[in-house]
Ligand binder design. Structure first.
Ligand SMILES: Cc1cc2nc3c(=O)[nH]c(=O)nc-3n(C[C@H](O)[C@H](O)[C@H](O)COP(=O)(O)OP(=O)(O)OC[C@H]3O[C@@H](n4cnc5c(N)ncnc54)[C@H](O)[C@@H]3O)c2cc1C
Ligand code: SF4
Ligand code: SF4
Length: 409
């Protein structure tokens, strides 16, 4: 069977302005977008219950932030996979699914043949071909456009690796697919943009952008860059040239996205609470099964937490307000930035507290950007958990920003 990238010939570009081209609009029934899209009227309570048997418990702090889960760990493959974004837990789980016959194929993305940063959807049905998916690409790939081709090929047991807006649509469609098995490995996602925009960013941070082979925003407040022919570099977040980027560098979709940690995946594989390691969140029995597939290839250690997030998140909120729809630039003298950059990994929020910080920042962005650019959509687009996340930062829903339940009227 072929493992080449396959985008159906009938594919047509999405027509909505709030759209990350997850692939549904390229299917034989683009009208499905109306019920499947994260950016129309997401219903996390419903799909969390469908997938995990219950919605997140808002009274449990880490569920409010990260969604329902059974287990959460720092993690790493003892022998990292070459070319992986971190140690390759995501790729290895998918390989194990194929090797054990639990799935017929894995739906994921690979790199475009002429642009290593551009994601292109791919169906992989041999474990030895999973290396094509390793690593992170920046941009949007119509991942779900390959669901119908997968069914046409006779695949009935699928694994899907995806970012939150893709996984939301997948869960909304799941029941109609008639699959015998579906394993969902999700990664967190934030601050994504078009591949074209990302190339602009690369030009600003690297003198030879085509030499860059790896980029990651890390939990130590640095961006790591690797090059074809030069040593690895780490640039502190505070010293990134964000002021040189256009105001609309991040589309409104990614500035108003409400699911940082991929709450509808069976297992989320990220790094935010990993303190230099990976971070896995097994959300349901299937997620635990995926983790168990790794056996003793994976080293798990307990997550930890240090520092306090409140003032950092409050400062971020003020910067987003000041930026008035643009990028949240820090009003800090240039000379102070290296000092603060040195201090942040040492005294700033770390481990779970770092992850909570980032999730709250993203929730604040969603509220503020939608209030500014699409206020009439707030009541439909922001699920209840977002309001819980931003409450400590003087952000409460106004009457017209909530859908009143019948019992409240
Ligand atoms: C745009 C983006 C933003 C992210 N932001 C965060 C973040 O803020 N915090 C965090 O903890 N983690 C984030 N991640 C996830 C993180 O970068 C790692 O992918 C994850 O930790 C898995 O590491 P790994 O070594 O197990 O992955 P690997 O084994 O290397 O596998 C990575 C998988 O991700 C898929 N993938 C790569 N790029 C894309 C893409 N553009 N769209 C869909 N799928 C893709 C690949 O196909 C592959 O299957 C982000 C990922 C992306 C794509
Ligand atoms: S469901 Fe997907 S393709 Fe359709 S509008 Fe939403 S993001 Fe775009
Ligand atoms: S930030 Fe959200 S909307 Fe943007 S690509 Fe990632 S999951 Fe999709």
């Amino acid at each position: 069977m072929s493992t080449l990238p396959e985008v159906p010939l009938s594919a047509s570009a999405p027509h909505r302005s709030l759209c990350t081209d997850c692939g549904v609009s390229r299917s034989s029934n683009p009208k499905l977008c109306a019920s499947a899209c994260q950016f129309i009227q997401p219903d996390y309570e419903r799909y969390e219950t469908q997938v995990h048997g219950r919605p997140r418990r808002l009274e449990v702090e880490d569920e409010m932030h990260f969604g329902p889960f059974l287990q959460m760990h720092k993690a790493r493959l003892k022998v990292p996979l070459e070319g992986a974004q971190w140690t390759g837990i995501t790729t290895r789980m998918a390989q194990k699914l194929l090797l054990s016959g639990l799935v017929d194929a894995v739906l994921t993305v690979t790199a475009d043949a002429s642009d290593r940063w551009r994601p292109v959807p791919i169906l992989i049905d041999r474990a030895e071909d999973m290396h094509q998916a390793r690593g992170m690409r920046m941009g949007y790939a119509p991942l779900l456009s390959l669901l119908e081709p997968a069914l046409q090929k006779g695949y009935r047991k699928l694994a899907v690796i995806g970012i939150p807006c893709q996984i939301y649509a997948l869960r909304a469609l799941e029941k109609s697919l008639g699959l015998e098995a579906l394993y969902v490995i999700g990664t967190p996602c934030s601050d994504n943009t078009t591949t074209e925009n990302f190339h602009q960013f690369l030009k600003l941070i690297a003198p030879e952008p085509s030499e860059v082979t790896y980029l990651e925003f890390k939990a130590n407040y640095h961006v790591e860059l690797r090059f074809k022919n030069a040593p690895t570099q780490e640039i502190p977040f505070l010293q990134l040239p964000l002021s040189d980027l256009p105001k609309d560098f991040f589309p409104l979709t990614c500035r108003s996205c409400v699911d940082y940690t991929n709450a509808l995946s069976d297992i989320t594989v990220g790094y935010m609470a990993g303190e230099g390691e990976q971070w896995v969140i097994a959300r349901n029995a299937r997620g635990e099964q995926l983790l168990n597939l790794l056996g003793d290839e994976v080293q798990l250690t307990p997550t930890q937490s240090a520092g306090k997030r409140h003032s950092a998140v409050m400062g971020f909120k003020k910067n987003v307000e000041l930026a008035a729809g643009g990028l949240p630039l820090r009003k800090m003298p240039r000379w102070l930035r290296p000092v603060v950059s040195w201090l942040m990994p040492r005294i700033g929020p770390r481990g779970l507290e770092f992850a909570r910080t980032r999730v709250e920042m993203k929730a604040i962005e969603a509220v503020l950007h939608l209030r500014r650019e699409l206020p009439s959509r707030i009541k439909h687009m922001l699920p209840a958990h977002i309001w819980h996340l931003v409450k400590a930062y003087d952000l409460e829903p106004q009457a017209h920003e909530r859908i009143m339940k019948k019992t409240e009227t």
